[in-house]
Design a protein around this ligand. Structure first.
Ligand code: C2O
Length: 570
């Protein structure tokens, strides 16, 4: 081929290909929700899956792409799917939380989730968003950077999703149904899993072990996701250091650590540099919980194995090294680890922290009680009551129709009221001796209304009611900046002086410290109804959840798009 012809070909290719990529592709997926028999720990159960897979299929897109995912419900339960961490700019109809942005997809029905990935790249995930169905219905959602946009770190040799889950021998739906009936705490899981596998530390499980086979002298990118239902997790690989480079699909200033802490809802990308030469050993990678609450919990450990490939030798049994994880209640590790997380805050990836604040909010979060509903009987919660949880002492009432539809069609009457309180009704020493009355309030569904482009500062304050506990709070539709955090009661005079407005971490799920507070900021530039809740599923079930209603802006591109025609009805 002559040089000019070659040049022509290159021009031709770039004309054809580049504009197409610049606009983004449309990627189609089919999710068939169906029952599947799965065996772990010698227990076989029929469980809800996507396409019969556990964990579910990997969804991959590039920044700028459109995802079109057809979900068909072939089980007897209702279901919805949430794309956790996707901003859903103006496309709230595709967000997924049941009765917030949509009615559930009923048996035999389909719904097409249709959204564009704008300004995001990194590891996110998807999961069912109705009751506890996410215990088996989850998978990775990987957003690659645009073509020719490198990572702001060393190019990995390989990328591997590492997704933590919780395995229950029983049906998780039966577990939470029972708990809500009796008022007591739900039964805990029987195992933790890595990519669906509990590993060799459990009985009858050695065959079900995740093995990461690596070559010496290479860099691997682990896309770590915590899809566990109710447990924050420590994770470590024996004799290897991890370099944290991203959290919740936001690049961070890289730092090395032996152990990471990851709460349900969060994702963390780490680089793993393998040893320069074959080490003559294998290495456990283990995870177990970080626990601050007072209830029972699954204190077991999941293990996978890091194996160096060495094909030319038949080696004897290799020594197996085990990592040392922090103690189960190691709050000082948790504090130090979260302090290390900083936004990259580079010209290319700036930290656009809202500098001025339009509205300040102060929300208490924590546990509480409801009276026993059975006359003259005792329930299994504290002192014969039922466990509950709340935000500003309001235990959220899930409506029976979707809030977003009610809002869009002007039918909010009798569905929700716009009077969620900006702070608790009564002051009390939130983290001191708890008040005698631990009852939460119930009633109409309350939302917090925000005009378009409101700049919000929200302080989330843990309470010591029924024990202080760290709560991973997740906000739909936005990333927020964690500008401050501390222990004890938030001090509105002193604490703002120490806020980090330069390079705070930006994420979609924050762990509110046990007996402490965090301050977050976000710009309400995405019209719609956005759920905010504790990502410990049991706390969500008990009512630790609320919704923001962000109104349309004036310009056409500041308005919520109309709903798709196949939007499910309640
Ligand atoms: Cu990952 Cu509302 O959830």
């Amino acid at each position: 081929m002559s040089t000019s012809a070659f040049g022509f070909l290159i021009t031709f290719i770039s004309l054809c290909i580049v504009p197409k990529y610049a606009q983004g592709l449309t990627r189609h997926y089919e999710f068939n929700i169906k029952m599947q028999n799965v065996t772990r720990l010698c227990h076989t159960k029929s469980m809800v899956t996507v396409n019969g897979k556990f964990p579910g299929p990997r969804v991959v897109a590039r920044e700028g792409d459109r995802l079109v995912i057809k979900v068909t419900n072939q089980i007897s339960n209702n279901i919805t799917i949430h794309w956790h961490g996707i901003r859903q700019l103006r496309s709230g109809w595709a967000d997924g939380p049941a009765y917030i942005t949509q009615c559930p997809i009923q048996t035999g029905q389909s719904y097409v989730y249709n959204f564009t990935v704008v300004g995001q790249r990194g590891t996110l995930w998807w999961h069912a968003h109705l009751s506890w169905l996410r215990s088996t219905v989850y998978g990775p959602l990987i957003i690659l950077p645009k073509h020719n946009e490198p990572y702001p770190f060393e190019k990995p040799y390989k990328e591997v999703p590492v997704i933590f889950g919780e395995w229950f021998n029983a049906d998780p739906e039966a577990i939470i149904r029972q708990a809500l009936k009796t008022g007591g705490g739900p039964n805990v899981s029987d195992a933790y899993t890595i990519n669906g596998l509990p590993g060799p530390l459990y009985n009858c499980s050695a065959e079900d072990t995740f093995k990461l086979k690596v070559k010496p002298g290479k860099t691997y990118l682990l896309r770590i996701i915590n899809a566990a239902l109710n447990d924050e997790l420590f994770f470590s690989i024996a004799n290897h250091t991890l370099t944290v480079v991203e959290a919740d699909a936001i690049y961070v200033k890289p730092f090395g650590t032996d152990t990471i802490l990851i709460t349900p809802g969060q994702t963390t990308n780490v680089l793993l540099k393998t040893k320069p030469n074959f080490p003559g050993a294998a290495f456990f990678m283990t995870a177990r919980p970080y626990v601050t609450g007072q209830g029972t919990f699954d204190n077991s450990s999941v293990a996978g194995i890091l194996e160096y490939e060495f094909p030319s030798l038949h080696l004897k049994k290799l020594p197996l090294f085990k990592p040392t994880l922090p103690p189960l209640n190691d709050t000082s590790f948790a504090t130090n680890f979260t302090k290390k997380l900083r936004s990259l805050a580079s010209p290319q990836f700036p930290a656009n922290v809202p500098k001025k604040v339009d509205k300040h909010f102060f929300f208490t979060i924590g546990l509480g009680t409801n009276p026993c509903d059975k006359k003259n009987q005792t329930c299994q919660g504290p002192n014969g009551t039922k466990f509950a949880a709340s935000v500003n002492n309001i235990s959220f009432t899930l409506p029976t129709t979707a809030l977003l539809q009610a809002h869009f069609f002007g039918k909010s009457n009798g569905v929700y009221s716009p009077d969620f309180p900006i702070n608790p009704f009564h002051w009390f020493n939130y983290t001191g001796n708890p008040p005698n009355n631990t009852m939460v309030s119930n009633g109409t569904t309350k939302v917090m209304v925000l005009p378009f482009n409101t700049s919000v500062e929200l302080v989330l304050q843990d309470t010591s009611i029924l024990g202080a506990e760290s709560h991973p709070l997740h906000l739909h539709g936005f990333n927020f900046f964690i500008v401050g955090q501390g222990f004890g009661n938030y001090d509105p005079q002193k604490d703002p002086k120490n806020f980090n407005l330069v390079d705070p971490i930006e994420r979609n799920t924050v762990s509110v410290p046990s007996g402490g507070w965090v301050a977050i900021r976000f710009l309400a530039d995405n019209p719609g109804v956005w759920f905010m809740h504790c990502h410990l599923e049991v706390h969500t079930s008990w009512g630790l959840k609320m919704a923001w209603l962000v109104l349309d802006g004036k310009l056409p591109n500041q308005k919520l798009l109309p709903p798709p025609a196949d939007l499910p009805k309640c």
